[in-house]
Design a protein around this ligand. Structure first.
Ligand code: H79
Length: 532
């Protein structure tokens, strides 16, 4: 070793490259953005939603009456009309029985607010076509029920009072309107296709949307769904997007307005697709996507609409950790509840909202207005971060609290200027030591929170975090030879590599430019820090 001594190694990065006669092209990352505005205008419009991070989804309609049960089967939800193939005339009869006398808009909004949620998305109309508001353009609405109260009006008033953003879910697919196309394959007899005209249906849908965007004050989000049938096109989506924005210019619209969603992962297929955010459903993406807004929507049990037999409730620990996981990837969490036909949130849902609320009261700062984690992988949990004056505050979400009183933060090269437990009112400083590229925090032996204890680390300036060097190759299968780029944003390091699968050490070749590979190879690279 020469005068500059080796200080420590980072984590190795590995890329397998296959020598082959065939060529394959790697896929391009895609993103969905809104149109009609500059990036600055777009960011301003998205701001409240990005800061909010947590919302309540409510699926409520006539399907709450059968409560998941039909013809001896008990596993139905809001899709009951389709899945149990209930004739239209039979389903229509639920309207005469819809009388949720225990509905209390203020109580619902309070439960959402106490859970730490900043917005509510409710089904103005689900796939069954029933409007839970006073719609002048439809007789299949709440005014045709014994209840005769405009549910959305009452919610709008309660939300305004509590500072919660009211948002509407609206289904493009409609199993009730005579002009909607296509039909379910089983309903030919019941609801013949002859004479149906999709253009007329679209005019009807726009008329309902106009009611929703005119009579209920400022609406936060229009959350479309049911866009995947063959009649809906990206062009129709663009037109609908522009129509909704023309009625409320500041509204945010999900990507299901168009026809570019790629399955339940929920992201749009192309950068120019209509819609402001991606909509993963019942799933949390493995990583976020830089520059792309997204929101995971998820049920607390197995159903969106009320099902009285559904006992598959996720634990509050699981839900709190999912919220932290989603925030650590830069997304929002839209958590669902399916109220009963009486107008009540199911008991287990109420309990979970309260438990999340208790956690949010102490730890909400680590969720609201945060950005995705600066770390790629943390064995004990997740992280979020937020810019503060002169630096960055990192929130370490510790799901598995170490039993030895030491929390190892790997790859953190910056020295913390402050460390404490978020839930500690006194903000007593935590001491720490350095162990090569890790910061080791001295923490209490007992976890402050059994579900997710948040440790705050404040760093001056931009945090310097060691990640394995980035190996970039346009192709992983090649003929002849390939030049592979190895990139690094790290200061004061050298990168060494091997081509035989072994871990690079002091004597391994140094990366000085692209690494040329001429046969099937495992390229491994690794940082080596040297003392200045
Ligand atoms: O309202 C709730 C559900 O009723 C609704 N979305 C949530 C928010 C929902 N509708 N359908 N599904 C859930 C599942 C349907 C999935 C599929 Fe497809 C539709 C599989 C094939 C067509 C869309 C397109 C998803 C994958 C491809």
């Amino acid at each position: 070793m020469n005068k500059s001594t080796v200080r420590f190694f980072g984590l190795p990065a590995v890329l397998a490259l296959t020598f082959s006669m065939a060529l394959t092209i790697s896929a391009e990352a895609t993103r969905s953005v809104g149109t009609l505005e500059t990036k600055a205008q777009h960011d301003a419009r998205m701001q409240w939603w990005r800061d909010a991070r947590f919302g309540l989804f409510i699926h409520w309609g006539l399907y709450a009456i059968p409560a998941g049960e039909w013809g001896g089967q008990t596993n139905y939800g809001e899709w009951i009309r389709n899945n149990a193939q209930i004739p239209l005339k039979t389903y229509d009869k639920f309207a005469a029985r819809f009388n949720p006398v225990k509905f209390d808009a203020a109580a619902w909004v309070k439960m959402a607010k106490d859970a730490g949620m900043k917005y509510i998305v409710i089904t103005s109309k689900h796939h069954d076509g029933f409007a839970i508001f006073d719609s002048k353009v439809s007789d299949f609405d709440v005014m045709a029920t014994p209840f005769k109260r405009d549910i959305l009006k009452e919610l709008a008033t309660a939300c305004r009072k509590e500072g919660i953003k009211l948002c509407f879910y609206h289904s493009i697919m409609d199993w009730h309107h005579p002009d909607y196309l296509p039909r379910r394959s089983w309903e030919v007899k019941d609801r013949p296709e002859a004479g149906a005209n999709l253009e007329r249906y679209i005019a009807y849908m726009k008329a309902q949307l106009k009611e929703l965007l005119t009579d209920y004050g400022d609406i936060g989000v229009l959350w479309f769904d049911g866009e995947w049938e063959n009649t809906w096109t990206e062009a129709r989506g663009r037109d609908l997007y522009a129509y909704v924005r023309s009625l409320q210019p500041k509204i945010i619209i999900n990507n299901r307005v168009g026809a570019s969603r790629t399955g339940m992962e929920g992201f749009s297929a192309a950068k120019e697709s209509a819609g402001d955010f991606g909509t993963p459903e019942q799933t949390i993406p493995a990583t976020g996507l830089a520059g792309v807004d997204w929101e995971t929507c998820m049920t607390m049990n197995d159903n969106w609409g009320y099902n009285k037999n559904d006992r598959a409730w996720k634990t509050s620990r699981d839900l709190i950790q999912k919220l932290a996981d989603i925030a650590s990837k830069g997304g929002n969490f839209l958590l669902n509840v399916g109220p009963t036909s009486e107008g009540l949130f199911p008991g287990p849902g109420v309990e979970r909202l309260a438990a999340i609320g208790r956690w949010m009261k102490a730890n909400g700062e680590s969720i609201y207005g945060t950005q995705a984690s600066p770390f790629k992988n943390l064995a004990w949990g997740r992280a979020t971060q937020k810019a503060v004056v002169g630096g960055v505050r990192i929130y370490l979400h510790v799901f598995d609290w170490p039993k030895d009183g030491k929390l190892v933060v790997p790859g953190l090269l910056s020295d913390p200027r402050r460390a404490c437990l978020l839930a500690d009112a006194g903000k007593a400083p935590l001491s720490w030591t350095r162990s090569e590229d890790a910061v080791v925090l001295k923490i209490p032996v007992a976890a402050p929170d059994i579900d997710d204890s948040v440790v705050v680390l404040e760093i001056a300036g931009r945090p310097d975090i060691s990640e394995p060097p980035v190996i970039k190759s346009d192709l992983d299968i090649f003929t002849d030879f390939i030049d592979v780029d190895v990139a690094s944003a790290q200061a004061n390091v050298e990168i060494r590599y091997t081509l035989d699968g072994s871990v690079p050490m002091v004597g391994s070749p140094l990366v000085k430019g692209p690494v040329r590979v001429t046969g099937t190879t495992v390229l491994t690279t690794r940082y080596l820090w040297r003392t200045p």
